[in-house]
Design a protein. Structure first.
Length: 124
């Protein structure tokens, strides 16, 4: 199963960023977020969930101690309420990154809407 890519937009200090249309949620294949070439300690997500029932979004734990040295904390499950518009949250790549530099996400069946990802700048 090929996961659907969610592109990552880098945010700079004091910079304006256009959110664009997002990526359509794919509950069948799930999603992948690639951090190859991106250095960040926090990812910011926006998810719109338009299905008529509550769904879960699971951000899978990393597969190895490096780069996911916080992987022992396990998967993160975010509840996406029914037809509510936006859910906003951040994650730590040190908990979720796979050994190939990606983060994988799975959705409950029949989830609908869109997802966005932004790399936040590290603190100065």
């Amino acid at each position: 199963m090929a996961r659907t890519n969610v592109p990552v937009t880098k945010i700079g200090y004091g910079a304006l960023t256009n959110s664009g249309a997002g990526t359509a949620l794919d509950p069948t294949n799930g999603h992948v977020v690639s951090l190859k070439g991106i250095k960040t300690r926090k990812l910011f997500f926006r998810v719109t969930q338009t299905a008529g029932a509550t769904k879960n979004l699971t951000i899978n734990a990393g597969s190895s101690k490096y780069p996911a040295w916080k992987a022992a904390a396990g998967n993160l499950v975010v509840t996406l309420p029914a037809t509510t518009g936006d859910v906003l949250f951040t994650i730590d790549p040190a908990r979720h990154m796979q050994s190939d530099g990606t983060i994988t996400l799975d959705l409950g069946a029949a989830a609908a809407g869109a997802i966005w990802a932004w790399a936040l700048p590290d603190a100065a």
